[in-house]
Ligand binder design. Structure first.
Ligand code: FAD
Length: 459
């Protein structure tokens, strides 16, 4: 029987929404954030409840069908949609329930960062999520999750208390420190390799509604001094302070001065989430530094801060990704950063350094599957462009930049920043935790059912 017929038959009993190529909703539903991938699944099974996920998992396993799992659809590598198979789509499973008394939230596996942040912030609470509101909590939390709060509260995955998960054999079970603890360890970093998480229970923290935001944009010519200052400043920063160093093209909008529109800038994008007076004091040296063409320091709603990058990463553009970890920002690394960023190839291209440290570092590397606790910076090379004929130019730039920088890095890669052509780097994503992950994969998914991801092969 053709795959379409098999799925049509299944759709008669499937209680979620089945979207076929002939349906109006198909095109919107199949498209990912990254326009570099344009895949055509045989159908999209949009699940509304955990039993829909169980039914879909049993169906693809019993019929040996190609399938993928989609949360927020922001996978850089495009793994969450497949050609000619079934997409198990969780985007309608986006409920967030917050209990402010015990500072916990139950978040369904298809919710976005924005949905989670908004619900928690009604009570002045938050936990570490990513810095773009449209990304999915599913992919974020299962791979790692870093953002403005990670130095203070750890990665997103460090704040997971338990998960409800549908495993390869179709069971819907709980995994926590007490129950199925090996699986709980593995899902915190192991990505979508171990099953489909229908809901996460998260620990929340009192953050308040407003945080102190600071941004400064410098003429590109000052980038060396900016980075030299930055590395000294971050070496002494408190856990409440997070500051990214960005290279990007100046957007052609207010309040950026017209003469800088479209030019490359080096910028500090910072936030202090602790006591506002302490924040002002700690941000003062950044505020006093250099000669930026635009800077501001202001209290900002946390949810607004969490959306402030959204416009810079529009859905549907073509994106490619390369990442490294650094133990320091060496003089040679600054030389290489300057060499490759002076002319960014795509209109939305950026490169940024994200400091790790703080609580991320204080948690043991063996505590969860995410091993990169001791790294000082995560570096992300992210070209973004519009025209298919410019794919090679942008991808070549990122690959050469990445290769040249290799000698200044400490190895390893953050699994959530890997591209589609890096499967040989999966061991580098897990280093000393890889063998344990393989053992747990052998137990929970011996036939490698969940493989449309950065795959941990049970062998
Ligand atoms: C614009 C942008 C900004 C980003 N910013 C940050 C950031 O600030 N910090 C950070 O740490 N990362 C960041 N990332 C990386 C992000 O964490 C990953 O891309 C993540 O995989 C996105 O999750 P998603 O659910 O949207 O992705 P999807 O494309 O839906 O899923 C990615 C993979 O995750 C798995 N998956 C998703 N949901 C589930 C689930 N419920 N159960 C089982 N498996 C699941 C699937 O295997 C799928 O292949 C960013 C990415 C983008 C595109």
């Amino acid at each position: 029987m053709a795959i379409e017929e098999i799925i049509k038959k299944f759709s008669e009993v499937f209680e979620g929404e089945m979207i076929f190529p002939e349906n109006d909703r198909y095109d919107k539903a199949r498209k990912l954030w990254n326009g570099l991938y344009n895949k055509y699944p045989a159908a999209i099974a949009r699940c509304g409840k955990p039993s829909d996920v169980v039914a879909a998992v049993n169906f693809v396993r019993e019929n040996d069908l190609t399938f993928s799992v989609r949360g927020g659809g922001h996978d850089y590598a495009g793994n969450s949609v497949c050609d000619d198979g079934l997409v198990i789509d969780l985007s309608s499973m986006n409920k967030v329930e917050v209990d402010p008394n015990i500072k916990k939230a139950i978040v369904q596996g298809g919710a976005t960062v924005g949905e989670f942040d908004a619900a928690a912030q009604k009570h002045g609470l938050a936990t570490t999520t990513g810095t773009v509101s449209t990304i999915g909590i599913g992919g974020l939390a299962l791979g790692g999750g870093s953002g403005y709060l990670s130095r203070r509260f750890g990665m997103t995955l460090d704040n997971v208390v338990s998960v409800e998960i549908v495993t390869a054999d179709g069971r819907h079970i709980l995994a926590s420190a007490e129950e199925n603890s090996d699986l709980f360890w593995a899902v915190r970093g192991g990505g979508g390799n171990f099953g489909i998480v229908t809901s996460f229970k998260f620990r929340l923290h009192k953050v308040g509604r407003k945080v102190l935001s600071f941004q400064a944009y410098f003429p590109y010519e000052q980038s060396r001094e900016v980075l030299e200052f930055y590395r000294d400043f971050m070496a002494k920063a408190s856990d409440e302070l997070q500051c990214y160093a960005f290279f990007l093209n100046v957007p052609a909008v207010e309040p950026f001065p017209k003469e800088y529109h479209g030019k490359t800038t080096c910028a500090f994008i910072a936030c202090h989430t602790g006591d506002p007076e302490k924040g002002k004091e700690e941000l003062q040296p950044l505020h006093n530094f250099g000669d930026p063409f635009l800077k501001f320091i202001q209290p900002m709603e946390y949810t607004a801060l969490q959306k402030s990058f959204d416009a810079g990463v529009p859905k549907g553009l073509r994106w490619f990704t390369k990442a490294h970890y650094l133990s320091e920002i060496s003089d040679t690394a600054i030389d290489i950063l300057e060499e490759y960023t002076q002319q960014l190839p795509g209109a939305f291209t950026m490169t940024y350094l994200e400091p790790m440290g703080g609580m991320v570092k204080r948690i043991k590397s063996s505590a969860t599957a995410f091993p990169h606790r001791d790294k000082a910076y995560s570096l992300h090379i992210l070209p973004g462009w519009g025209e298919a004929e410019k794919d090679k130019e942008n991808i070549d730039w990122a690959e050469e930049f990445h290769r040249t920088l290799q000698k200044e890095t400490v190895g390893g890669v953050y699994v959530n920043l890997m591209s589609h052509d890096e499967e040989e780097r999966v061991t580098a994503a897990y280093v000393q935790n890889y063998d344990r992950l393989v053992e747990i994969k052998k137990k929970w998914d011996p036939d490698n059912l969940f493989r449309s991801n950065h795959n941990i092969d049970p062998g």
